[in-house]
Design a protein around this ligand. Structure first.
Ligand code: IMP
Length: 199
């Protein structure tokens, strides 16, 4: 049985990806999806690049080199129209440090009084499978409200309302978020790809 590692230390991402892959693990050519802790990787993974693709590849490559196993990494972020796509690839440390609450407050400050509140989340998954590199992308359009609502999700979720809904990702149940989110779409594509392997 092949193994597959999630190259992330972000608890929010891991919780979501685990929920999406749990039910289908038995149908895939992989055993359990392993965390970095389970493979004994404890360092920070470098992600200094200017695109989601480059950062996702950097993370997946670092872990693939470390353990030699199949691995995937998600690089993602929130792109806000009125801020010329910011925070984008800098979403995790928009305020200067890796702090979800301070990042969210900076977004609210930058958007104070703005009429255009359009935004989208983007996720790029880089999968290294049997030595080959594959990418899977997902986008989720929505709007940014001017105060936090809900305690679910992570990052900017309490201020992000996905298109077609009235609640934020902080208020919607995780299975609803996973069904429509950027990450949910990218993971679904990767799972479909894995389902086609070793047939
Ligand atoms: P990365 O680890 O560089 O990919 O950083 C991703 C960052 O983008 C997170 O730390 C959040 O700030 C933001 N982000 C990405 N996806 C989500 C999401 O689903 N909800 C909330 N914030 C997200």
């Amino acid at each position: 049985m092949q193994q597959l590692v999630i190259a992330s230390n972000n608890e929010g991402k891991i919780r979501e990806i685990r929920q999406m892959t749990e039910g289908i693990e038995p149908c895939l050519p992989v055993g359990k999806v392993l965390s970095l802790k389970e493979i004994g990787f404890t360092e920070e993974i470098p992600e200094h690049y200017h695109s989601f693709e480059e950062n996702a590849l950097a993370k997946a490559s670092a872990i693939n080199k470390f353990c030699g196993k199949n691995v995937f990494a998600d690089d993602s972020g929130l792109c806000i129209h009125a801020l010329n796509g910011e925070p984008g690839v800098d979403s995790a440390h928009y305020c200067g440090v890796r702090d979800d609450e301070q990042n969210l407050q900076k977004v609210l400050k930058e958007l104070k009084g703005a009429e255009d509140r359009d935004a989208f989340y983007k996720a790029v998954i880089c999968l290294i499978w049997e030595g080959e590199v594959y990418y899977f992308e997902g986008i989720c359009n929505g709007t940014i409200i001017d105060e936090k609502r809900g305690a679910g999700g992570f990052g900017y979720d309490p201020v992000f309302i996905p298109e077609g809904y009235n609640q934020t990702f902080g208020e919607l149940p995780l299975d609803v978020k996973n069904g429509i989110s950027h990450r949910g779409k990218a993971v679904k594509k990767m799972v479909e790809f894995l389902g086609q392997q070793n047939k």
